[in-house]
Design a protein around this ligand. Structure first.
Ligand code: GDG
Length: 484
């Protein structure tokens, strides 16, 4: 078994992700502390790690961090240090300036720079080497997301005994867009180092298999790729989810209920509270959503007495130009709408460029009558599922983009095309005037879906499938409680 705390310990499960589950915070006196890092990936993977007694390889979020492993929350954390130029080229550059827009339907123009690519290769190799040194013989390594797509093949070269899974949290684009990438073949070959490649939606898996067939020339059959060396790679959809029970419980606490009432009071007790919660990212469709709301006020279909829009935009990737531009555009739009339609003490949009504790998020979800989730493209969108988890009384409406992975499961939402402003306006109005019984029917069905397919089910399905890939490894992969 793995997981003892010696420095040369090996682990039956190693998770490799761009970020560690904690960020390093440098205090004023120069000392360091660790703070849980936000986001869906951490929430999803942390419980699996705790049950398998594994190690987690990732970056600490800052330049030139220490590389000493440490233990946290029952996990061994192994930092990978990035220099300031690597943060610029590998992270802000190739990951967020090339791959992120390319994989999200090119909603912003991807930049292609050879130095960024070279840095991506170097940093991927460092992650692969760390994982290779930590994994036990015949162990399992689970690699995450678009920043690390070369790791599976690099790791397989170093450690052919390992079973390797890869999960992509963002969409995988259609052939017609992917082929723009000058390094398209290297990325596909990188991913083919894995035994199992997981995607959010079946379409992502299909795009991948088609590309491998047409561009790399391997034989494929349905979701299987046959490599010349006899190995097979499976591509399949594993839609990620949330800790439904945990969030539902939090939303039931008296403190959260009280805070939800307070939020409505502070917003001036309008008849309807509309809510948006997103990282401030151009894929999330924040601009178009607010524009639709502004037009409803301009048309006098809504008034500020009827409806207030609460928009949380969590700061994100603030050093990347495209994100700075977006922030300015949204600032201007919010200013214009509030200037045109707000009244004293009653702005039309309450716009918060900030991040909040989980309890506050739960209170906002509880306070909102209409949750408006309108990404132009999104792998899953956990916020949509979180809203549903917080609506125990089955009230509330979800307006959801059909271009979010969540739309596959949350079919009872008011589904919209975020490029269709009139359609979006109509859906908001339909949600606003729907009868409570109709809303309850929809919410009940969506709650059932998310509850029965929560994050634990997601992780178990992925791990279970990986165990089937090479059955001889299965016995090594019992959760640590069973290890005696
Ligand atoms: C990527 C994919 C996929 C946001 N602001 C605060 C806060 N959050 C939390 C939300 C949610 C998470 O962050 C965001 O997850 P999303 O799924 O909505 O979006 P991405 O960050 O783009 O995530 C996405 C996901 O990976 C998982 O695979 O679904 O498609 O793009 O949990 O609640 N949490 C707190 N304060 C905030 O201010 N506490």
């Amino acid at each position: 078994m793995g997981g003892d705390s010696g420095s040369d310990a090996t682990f039956d499960l190693v998770v490799v992700a761009n970020r560690l589950p904690v960020d390093r915070v440098v205090n004023e006196d120069g000392s360091c502390t660790w703070r849980r890092s936000p986001g869906g990936l951490v929430t999803a993977v942390e419980p699996v790690m705790q049950s398998y007694d594994g190690a987690w390889v990732g970056w600490d979020g800052g330049p030139d961090g220490p590389e000493e492993p440490f233990d946290e929350n029952g996990m061994r954390l192994v930092p990978v240090s990035l220099s300031a130029p690597e943060i610029e080229e590998f992270y802000e550059g190739f990951s967020n300036g090339t791959l992120w827009p390319l994989y999200h339907d090119v909603v912003a123009k991807p930049s292609f720079h050879r130095e960024w690519w070279e840095s991506y290769v170097r940093v991927n190799r460092r992650f692969a080497e760390k994982a290779a040194a930590l994994a036990a013989e015949d162990g399992l390594v689970w690699v995450h997301d678009y920043q690390l797509q070369l790791v599976p093949a690099m790791l397989r070269d170093l450690r052919p005994d390992l079973r390797i899974g890869f999960f992509l949290h963002i969409p995988f684009p259609p052939l017609e867009l992917f082929v723009q990438l000058p390094w398209r073949r290297q990325i596909l070959e990188g991913l083919l180092g894995a035994d199992l490649v997981g995607f959010q939606r079946p379409g992502g898996a299909q795009n991948f298999v088609r590309l491998v067939r047409q561009r790399v020339g391997h034989k494929t059959h349905r979701d299987l790729v046959y490599l010349p060396d006899g190995r097979t790679v499976e591509a399949a959809a594993f839609p990620i989810s949330i800790d439904f029970a945990g969030l539902a419980e939090l939303s039931r606490t008296p403190a959260v209920a009280e805070r939800a009432r307070e939020i409505r009071d502070q917003l001036g007790n309008p008849r309807h509270v509309l809510l948006g919660v997103d990282r401030l990212d151009y894929t999330k469709g924040i601009y178009d959503r607010l524009r639709a709301f502004g037009e409803l006020l301009a048309d006098e279909t809504l008034s500020v007495e009827d409806a207030v829009f609460l928009q949380v935009a969590t700061p994100s990737r603030e050093r990347v130009d495209e994100y700075r531009r977006l922030r300015d555009e949204i600032d201007r739009l919010v200013g214009r709408i509030n200037g045109d339609y707000g009244r004293i003490g009653r702005p039309a949009i309450s716009y918060l460029h900030s991040s909040y504790p989980r309890e506050e998020m739960a209170a906002m979800f509880k306070a909102a009558d209409i949750m408006v989730v309108t990404p132009l493209r999104d792998g899953m969108n956990l916020v949509a599922k979180e809203y549903v988890a917080c609506r125990e009384d089955e009230s509330g409406a979800l307006v959801l983009s059909e271009f979010a992975g969540a739309a596959d499961e949350l079919k009872q939402a008011f589904l919209i095309n975020p490029y269709d402003i009139n359609g979006m306006k109509a859906a908001i109005m339909e949600a606003r005037s729907a009868k409570p019984r109709e809303l309850a029917r929809r919410m009940k069905a969506m709650r059932k879906t998310v509850q029965s397919h929560d994050v634990t089910a997601w992780a178990q399905q992925f791990m279970g499938r990986l165990a089937e890939v090479r059955p001889e490894h299965r016995k090594r992969l019992r959760p640590s409680e069973g290890d005696g």
